[in-house]
Design a protein around this ligand. Structure first.
Ligand SMILES: [Cu+2]
Length: 114
């Protein structure tokens, strides 16, 4: 490898963090909380931008968990005791259904839209 091409690569690598920073969506740091209260997810239907992190917090005295439903389900939390929380980021657009695996009548939905 010539010194010229090495210098070129080095320069491009140096510019990479700035490029990543500029490309990062403005919503990357956004967090939204879903409260688990009285055997229900509040809000039950959530609309968020890609990159948003969802935090489920259990306010009930009984354990609950978060289990994704469907082919592309990626959600699976451990059982959450009272005041425990679970977080998951949604990097891309899509529709995501989930339930509490311990009480399947508890259902929630997340729409990820730009
Ligand atoms: Cu539950």
């Amino acid at each position: 490898m010539s010194a010229l091409s090495l210098r070129c690569i080095t320069r491009r690598l140096a510019a990479l963090p700035l490029a990543l920073l500029l490309c990062a969506p403005a919503s990357a740091a956004t967090q939204v909380t879903v409260l688990i209260h009285d055997y229900a997810f509040e809000p039950r239907n959530l609309v968020i931008a890609p990159g948003t992190e969802v935090i489920w917090k259990n306010a009930d005295a009984v354990p609950h968990n978060i289990v994704g439903v469907g082919a592309d389900a990626h959600l699976r939390s451990p059982a959450l005791d009272q005041d425990d929380s679970y977080r998951s980021r949604f990097p891309s657009s899509g529709e995501f259904d989930y339930v509490c695996g311990l009480h399947p009548h508890m259902q929630g939905h997340i729409s990820v839209r730009p």
